[in-house]
Design a protein around this ligand. Structure first.
Ligand code: KG4
Length: 329
């Protein structure tokens, strides 16, 4: 069979990324321009600034991606771009660029749901991974348990009733003075602490999640006692989060009979959560997958991989494709 080469474009938040991927699984280039140092000054992503930087960066990032893959547009079979969920202005830059590129190069356009992209990151790390499997999507904007029935067919089994888990990491980090981006800073700090602080237990129905009670408890403890050991706070939060995630993962395995769980999204880079799930794999008869670190957070290789499976299904977009900031899976 002829190789299918997809060029992926990602601009949903503060990373401008372009990647070229062969047959959905092999990265030929994966260029990411992150704006973290710009937004760090403001303690979080400033949407207007993100859009402006995407406009400046997208052309050079795209040229670099073609150069690193040693290709030109004639080698590309289709262009896949994230069209939601995300920041509307940021998404519009990638979508407009992809549409212009599709029109100018006469290559098909494929609009990709960013969440589908995060799931597809696992196909790059694990060449043998095939649906059906469960995905625990843990990112800054989403926390969901998803049954991946097929490459483009999904069923949401449970989701957060309030904060996304990454959002809780980021908000706690801001309050205890770690700054932005909170998740990686909490991860590092937690390694110096002990999970010895008792936090309230959260009971949520079925396969849903809730993190705001845990977040508020930590923030209140810090307000009441500003000298509290922050490393212990971070370690205690991570431990409870990992327990909640694992408990729902176990329940989902029981409910569906599917014994493969892939982690996806930025929080799947968390070292404690990765370790905890590895232990779960050893203890119970469940296979755990998580993307290599650079594919956990936003990148375009995962968008190109999801693009490949939509290409095979003939799911193409036309030039009316628009940004959909609150797009659901
Ligand atoms: O998937 P992602 O890059 O963007 C979204 O699609 O939301 O996820 C970003 C989130 C942020 O909340 C960030 O703090 C969190 O992932 N994150 C982490 C770690 N690395 C990134 N959270 C905990 N531990 C980490 N090592």
């Amino acid at each position: 069979m002829k190789d299918i080469i997809i060029l992926g474009i990602e601009s949903s938040c503060d990373e401008t990324a372009v990647a070229i991927v062969k047959n959905g699984r092999e990265i030929l280039s994966n260029v990411i321009n992150t704006q973290i140092s710009i937004h760090e000054l403001y303690g979080g992503v400033v949407p207007e600034i993100a859009s402006r930087n995407h406009v400046q960066n997208i052309s050079p990032v795209m040229k670099q991606a073609l150069k690193e893959a040693n290709m030109n547009m004639n080698d590309i079979d289709a262009i896949a771009c994230t069209y939601g969920p995300g920041l509307v202005g940021a998404l519009l830059v990638g979508v407009s660029y992809a549409k212009a590129l599709s029109y100018a190069s006469n290559k098909p356009l494929i609009g990709i749901n960013h969440i589908q992209g995060h799931i597809a990151a696992n196909y790059i790390t694990y060449k043998e991974l095939k649906p059906p499997f469960l995905t625990l999507l843990i990112s800054g904007g989403n926390t969901q348990l998803v049954l991946v029935k097929d490459y483009t067919e999904f069923e949401i089994l449970g989701k957060t009733k309030d904060d996304a888990v990454g959002e809780a990491f980021d908000k706690i980090a801001r309050v205890i003075g770690l700054g932005y981006p909170g998740g990686p800073k909490m991860d590092k700090l937690a390694k110096e602490g002990n999970p010895n602080i008792e936090l309230p237990k959260v009971n949520v129905e079925g396969l849903n999640f809730s993190f705001s009670g845990l977040k508020t408890a930590i923030i209140n403890l810090h307000h009441k006692n500003p000298d509290i050991n922050k490393a212990d706070l971070a370690a205690s939060f991570e431990k409870d989060v990992a327990e909640i995630l694992m408990e729902n993962a176990r329940r989902a395995v029981k409910q569906t009979g599917v014994k493969k769980i892939a982690l996806a999204g930025g929080v799947s880079a968390n070292s404690y959560i990765r370790q905890a799930f590895k232990k779960l794999e050893e203890k119970e008869n469940i296979e755990i997958y998580y993307p290599e670190l650079k594919l956990c957070t936003d990148n375009a290789a995962m968008i190109a991989s999801a693009g490949y499976y939509n290409y095979l299904k003939g799911n193409f977009s036309d030039l009316t494709l628009n940004a959909v900031p609150n797009l659901k899976l």
